[in-house]
Write a protein that binds this ligand. Structure first.
Ligand code: TRP
Length: 334
């Protein structure tokens, strides 16, 4: 059995990445790439499980790629590509559709949330999306998968699929059982308007989130308007936890100033909200604005982005084809 660690993760190109994606996913991707082999994929086939305007999709694939690069992913270190350009993802997903069980998919809470009250109208793709995710990971025999807590159930399904495949086709250890690297802070970046909800690109008010492409002025304005109250900042964790909006500002503050929450709380205890807000706004402007500018710059050179994806696709395809060939053999396909 191969012991080599390999990281795989995917980000959907559904537009406008924000501070939650940045602190929770992208920054961690960058630090993982320092000492592990990593594959980062723009998962366009996942995006189309809900309808995407084709022109916007194309643009969003490039913009997500630009965001990867702008935050520091290095195409010479990590493989960066878009999912649909390596057709082995779809082929392995089909084989997994035949390994995975209806009963397993019926337990997926994300499908229930996303499909809403009218499940009959959800796409079949949305239903079998977790099988495709398993294919993404296992196609490369990835061992470690950085994901937010909301994807943990999907990752467990990937392990179940790997195990059942290994059993059904009598090839113990063929697929490794991928381990989640649950990113501790991914679920911690909350909406600036409601500290109990995750920061999300689908929340109606743009004031609820800091987008990576926001201008310095917008960042300052949004932090200024972030929900708070008329009391001062509490001096202990217990009271802070009762104020989700204050907790969120402190969490973001501790994350961008690279200190732990306790230390951040010590610094801010008893202060007015305007104090933390102005410090936080400064920090975010200096960290996020350059990223936004770089994304815009890269988006002006689409040929360059396409070339990055093409190179990544070539590298990914070599690994994918090799593994798919072995899978086909195990299954008995000629
Ligand atoms: N489902 C993940 C999400 O919505 C994206 C994703 C697709 C992914 N394939 C993956 C994440 C493989 C990790 C590994 O966030």
């Amino acid at each position: 059995m191969s012991e080599k660690k390999l990281v795989f993760s995917g980000v959907q190109p559904t537009g406008n990445l924000h501070l939650g994606n940045y602190l929770g996913a992208l920054k961690n991707f960058v630090s993982l790439q320092k000492n592990m082999d990593c594959i980062y994929c723009v998962v366009d086939l996942h995006a189309i499980t809900t309808f995407q305007n084709p022109k916007e999709l194309k643009n969003n694939i490039l913009e997500t790629t630009a965001s990867f690069l702008a935050t520091g992913l290095d195409p010479n270190k990590s493989i960066i590509f878009n999912q649909s350009s390596v057709s082995a993802h779809s082929e392995l997903a089909w084989i997994f559709n035949c390994v995975s069980r209806v009963g397993w998919l019926n337990r997926m809470t994300q499908f229930k949330d996303k499909a809403g009250s009218d499940k009959e109208k959800a796409s079949v793709g949305l239903y079998i999306y977790p099988n495709l995710m398993a294919a993404d990971i296992l196609l490369y025999k990835a061992t470690h998968v950085p994901v937010g807590a909301d994807q943990k159930q999907h990752l467990e399904l990937s392990r179940d699929i790997a195990q059942k495949f290994n059993n059904d086709f009598n090839c113990k250890g063929f697929f490794p059982l991928p381990e989640p690297l649950i990113l501790k802070n991914i679920s911690r970046v909350m909406s600036l308007r409601d500290g109990t909800k995750k920061m999300s690109k689908s929340e109606e008010s743009d004031y609820s989130r800091i987008n990576l492409k926001d201008s310095a002025d917008e960042i300052v304005k949004k932090i200024k308007k972030a929900k708070s109250d008329s009391e001062s900042i509490p001096d202990n964790l217990k009271s802070l936890e009762k104020k989700p909006e204050a907790l969120n500002l402190l969490n973001i503050y501790s994350e961008v100033s690279k200190i732990n929450l306790e230390k951040a709380l010590k610094e801010m205890a008893g202060k007015e909200y305007s104090f933390i807000k102005s410090k936080l706004a400064d920090l975010l402007v200096s960290e996020i604005s350059p990223v936004g500018k770089e994304i815009n710059k890269l988006m002006n050179d689409k040929a360059y982005l396409l070339q990055i994806l093409k190179k990544g696709t070539e590298k990914a395809s070599i690994k994918a084809e090799e593994n798919l060939k072995n899978v086909r053999e195990k299954v008995g396909l000629i």
